[in-house]
Design a protein around this ligand. Sequence first.
Ligand SMILES: Cc1cc2nc3c(=O)[nH]c(=O)nc-3n(C[C@H](O)[C@H](O)[C@H](O)COP(=O)(O)O)c2cc1C
Length: 170
Amino acid sequence: MHLAEPAPTSAEIDALIQLAARVPDHGKLGPWRFVVFEGDARVRAGEALAQVIANDAGVDESRLAHTRALLQRAPACVMVVSTAAPHAKIPEWEQQLSAGAACFSLLLAAHALGYGGCWLTEWPAYDARARAALGLAEHERIAGIVYLGTAKEAPTERVRADAASRISRF
Ligand SMILES: Cc1cc2nc3c(=O)[nH]c(=O)nc-3n(C[C@H](O)[C@H](O)[C@H](O)COP(=O)(O)O)c2cc1C
């Protein structure tokens, strides 16, 4: 990830989130929320995550340092949280898909505004202690942490899944 300053301003991040939230949303539940990490908040979040693993077996100082710096790899981050919950009519799966769509909309909106972005989950998404440390309720899940900034070099192209071989006609 090569995302450097400038980051979108706070006002721009709010506007990007307004765009990101215009996703398909069965039942109009708005089954997501957005947590913004700017400036020192990235340091505080990294410290909270480091504390989560500090006493785990095999965690050394280099792992702690990497964890502390996790959210400082870009000048701003937006955590997209799926708030999906059991509902009489709308399956949780559809609520989670809506949160995924919000992540991608956020990326598209950031790119449209001239910024770069990267959608990661990494271990905090799958560690209940980390989710709690970042302020999530027990039923909430991290759909993605979208890292935002200015791309300092063109991303190298990677091998893409072959879409043609994944098309069939019923
Ligand atoms: C839900 C989701 C979670 C992801 N989490 C990670 C991750 O934790 N680590 C990672 O290296 N890439 C992750 N990716 C992949 C990156 O977003 C991205 O696709 C990859 O770095 C390649 O970049 P590109 O798609 O622009 O070529 C994730 C993608 C999705 C959709």
